[in-house]
Design a binder for this molecule. Structure first.
Ligand code: ZN
Length: 420
């Protein structure tokens, strides 16, 4: 299987249920939450009373009894309920492995979701719309099918957001065709002033800004959040405003993901190798500039870049986090030790070059990448894909493995991206 790789892939579609269907979906999600919370409460109690440890199989066996006790659970696909127990199992495993906090009870206001491996189908009606048939639901739900589903279908997930919208995620397993190799390399620096600065070998520099529509929605969100903080908690107006804020949150999230997907796709398509600075977000966060730091956005951007590079056969080169890309003059190599985080521009005292902080950093990263490509000092490990375990066949360019941890740790998520 040269040139092709199997990968987990997911499609995300918006659902448009009728009022009646909405009630049904909410009942299923509510039942899943009920089972999760019931099992969690019981596990806590049994541990407290007799020191019994969590065991997923034993708790799963309780489901039929629980259904007898609470007949409304019989109206829900049983695999969705089982998945609630498995979800709790994952939460416990993460806790015992030190990866997360002790599992907490699920709250209605956070929305929720249910999972369904089979018993459903999607039918396309026209270019825009499709219908989702679910077990135990008479009429199919309208779904906005903005693209065709390709690959071997694994399962679906229906999610209710805190803002009250429903989304369908279809998980598939499909072959991804590698892109044709291109003769181009770029370096990316994520900065405070611009979302990113992309630098090319031919000297071209591209500054990528957050899109205006996103900035606008973010400002609106901040405004509505301030309004919420002034309202009496628990009042009707508070509840109304909370919903408004939740909806705006969702909009910001969708707009941001869309922007990051498009940007990462373009960069990966256009370049054979991409050099990045290992992010030292912690260091950046210690200053007053923390408010401006879009670290979550950058992290997501890195994840997208990473899995797309793996999928499409491109290379990511991570510059060591101690590599002084901002402080070094890219023309003569002088290190400006007195450069502060707030200095946006500086003049090199040795060669007199005038530097824009971000552009200079990008050019240095590019030089770093090229140097590592030609010297071969960093070994020839390809970016590994956790999901499919298949490294790309032809190691065109070396990858700095020691610092790939940041992207690697997010690789589990990278296996199931949501493509809008
Ligand atoms: Zn210089």
């Amino acid at each position: 299987m040269r040139n092709k790789r199997q990968a987990n892939y997911s499609y995300k579609f918006r659902l448009y249920p009728t009022k009646e269907q909405e009630q049904f979906l909410k009942r299923v999600i509510g039942s899943v939450r009920f089972v999760y919370n019931y099992m969690l409460a019981r596990a806590k109690e049994e541990y407290r009373l007799v020191g019994k440890r969590w065991n997923v199989y034993e708790y799963k066996k309780l489901l039929p009894l629980l259904k007898e006790e609470h007949p409304f659970l019989k109206e829900v696909p049983s695999q969705s309920l089982q998945e609630a127990v498995f979800n709790l199992d994952r939460a416990f495993k993460n806790f015992f492995a030190g990866r997360s906090e002790f599992p907490s009870f699920k709250k209605k206001k956070h929305g929720g979701s249910f999972y369904l491996p089979q018993g459903w189908r999607i039918e396309r009606v026209n270019q825009k719309w499709g219908l989702l048939y679910l077990p135990k639901l008479k009429e199919p739900v309208r779904v906005r099918l903005h693209r065709d589903i390709e690959g071997e279908i694994v399962s679906i997930n229906v999610r209710l957001t805190p803002g009250g919208s429903f989304y369908l995620t279809v998980r598939v397993y499909k072959e991804i065709q590698k892109l044709k190799p291109v003769d181009r390399i770029c370096a990316i620096d994520v900065g405070l002033k611009h979302f990113a600065t992309i630098c090319y070998l031919d000297g071209n520099v591209e500054k990528v800004e957050n899109p205006k529509y996103l900035v606008k929605t973010e400002k609106r969100l901040a405004r509505e959040q301030r309004k919420l903080s002034r309202k009496q908690k628990g009042s009707k107006n508070y509840e109304k405003q909370r919903l408004k804020v939740a909806k705006l949150h969702e909009k910001v999230k969708n707009q941001r993901e869309d922007f990051l997907h498009k940007l990462s796709k373009r960069i990966v398509s256009e370049n054979q190798a991409i050099v990045l600075e290992d992010l030292n977000v912690k260091g950046l966060l210690s200053g007053d500039l923390s408010k401006h730091i879009q670290d979550s956005s950058w992290r997501k951007f890195l994840q997208y870049l990473y899995y797309k590079a793996v999928w499409y056969g491109r290379d990511l080169i991570f510059a060591d986090r101690f590599y002084p890309s901002s402080k070094t003059c890219h023309v003569c190599g002088y290190k400006n030790q007195s450069l502060r985080l707030i200095d946006r521009e500086w003049v090199c005292p040795v060669c007199g070059s005038k530097h824009d902080r971000d552009i200079n950093a990008s050019k240095n990263l590019l030089l770093y990448g090229v140097a590592h490509l030609t010297s071969g000092r960093v070994g020839t490990t390809q970016a590994k894909a956790c999901g499919d375990g298949s490294a790309s066949g032809t190691a065109l360019l070396p990858v700095y493995e020691a610092s790939i941890v940041e992207a690697g740790s997010s690789c589990r998520k990278a296996g199931s991206p949501s493509i809008n």
